[in-house]
Design a protein around this ligand. Structure first.
Ligand SMILES: NC(=O)c1ccc[n+]([C@@H]2O[C@H](COP(=O)([O-])OP(=O)(O)OC[C@H]3O[C@@H](n4cnc5c(N)ncnc54)[C@H](OP(=O)(O)O)[C@@H]3O)[C@@H](O)[C@H]2O)c1
Length: 343
């Protein structure tokens, strides 16, 4: 494994982060990754040198289960050897039906959630604390002041921001600057080679401000592994896939991950993979890791140790400029129009 400095922070992380969204999560009555499987996956990640783990207070059924699985696992390891990230924002059902203050980015909810998160993880600090989404109903100054206190107290080392528009990120950075608050040093956007939207403006902000980018769903939930086949030339959301895979379990899969652009990009990724004697998953991950001008650390998810081992193979791969750009070009139609949504 190779390690990289996370943007402008002083923290070194593996080139891949391991995501634990599906730990203890029930989908269609099935627990996707139970405690034993979760610990096996974390062992595999650790054995391959992955020192960066991503979770959130709301992961798992009920919420908090993912953090609890990680906390149990950490008891057999040294806390200092792991870089831990968690998040806050969404309604939290870990204590039962969420009340009016069990959500959002107000001081009361953040204060309550950080306590629960640290408790479940069995640690007294987080390396990175993300806001999971932008909160329309709380002034960003209140959120930043609260997060700043956590940093000053040593409860949180760095702040992160997930899933927001580039203007929101820019506004938050400006408010941190003028208010002398700790700023967002790490971002977590949905971004993968087949993503239908363009994230260039967002990535430009991160490059300019030396903010690390940790893309989530870097394989489009498994779509870019090439295990799904298109079954309707006119409709990019129609597919077939292996039974029990996320595509067949989750009814949101096609809305989240499938687009005309995605299928075109997958075709090119498959061709590059063949040239490199690699797998499509490895090429898709490597394409993210080689993004110019930013530190880009994909957050990989995996259901099995074998999947994770395959994904770790991306670390040893290298794309030529031509191969990298062929995947970029596949994001656009021949006449220059985008395959995906209008921006
Ligand atoms: N900030 C946010 O709002 C947000 C949102 C989503 C995710 N995240 C973070 O990002 C992490 C990763 O997201 P993700 O799980 O969607 O990532 P992903 O890597 O795009 O998808 C992972 C899924 O793809 C399949 N897969 C992975 N590697 C494979 C391989 N080599 N061969 C075949 N199938 C493979 C597995 O599903 P199956 O085997 O079940 O098909 C696996 O669960 C999450 O765990 C979480 O930490 C953050």
């Amino acid at each position: 494994m190779e390690y990289t400095t996370l943007g402008a922070t002083g923290t070194r992380v593996s080139q891949l982060c391991f995501g634990t969204w599906r730990f203890g999560r029930e989908t269609g009555g099935v627990v996707e990754t139970d405690r034993e499987e979760a610990h096996e996956l974390l062992d595999t990640a650790y054995e391959h040198g992955i020192n960066f783990i991503d979770t959130a207070n709301v992961y798992g059924t009920p919420n908090g289960t993912s953090e609890a699985y990680i906390g149990d696992w950490l008891e057999s390891y040294h806390r200092e050897d792991v870089v831990l990230a968690s998040k806050v924002y969404f309604p939290f059902d870990g204590r039962g039906e969420p009340g009016p203050n069990d959500q959002g980015l107000g001081r009361k909810h953040i204060r309550a959630q950080i306590e629960g998160t640290l408790d479940r993880l069995g640690t007294d600090y987080l390396d990175i604390y993300y806001i999971h989404r932008w909160d329309e109903s709380t002034p960003i100054e209140e959120t930043l002041a609260t997060l700043n206190d956590l940093v000053r107290e040593g409860t949180v080392h760095y702040l992160g921001a997930s899933t927001m528009a580039s203007w929101q990120l820019t506004k938050a950075l400006w408010k941190s600057d003028v208010g002398d608050y700790a700023r967002f040093d790490v971002t977590q956007p949905l971004f993968h080679a087949g993503y239908r939207d363009d994230v260039k403006a967002y990535l430009d902000v991160c490059a300019d401000q030396d903010i690390a980018v940790c893309p989530y769903s870097p394989l489009a939930g498994g779509f870019l592994t090439g295990k799904y086949e298109r079954v309707d030339a006119d409709d990019p959301t129609k597919f077939e896939g292996p039974e029990g895979s996320r595509g067949t379990l989750s009814d949101r899969f096609e809305d989240f991950y499938l687009s005309e652009r995605g299928w075109h990009v997958l075709e090119e990724i498959r061709a590059v993979a063949e040239e490199l004697d690699a797998t499509p998953a490895q090429v898709a991950l490597r394409w993210l890791m080689e993004q110019p001008d930013i530190t880009c650390v994909p957050i990989v998810g995996a259901r099995t140790p074998e999947q994770l081992e395959e994904n770790v193979g991306a670390v040893d791969l290298s794309l030529s400029d031509a191969q990298f750009n062929r995947i970029v070009d596949a994001r656009y139609a021949e006449d220059g129009e985008r395959w995906g949504h209008r921006e």
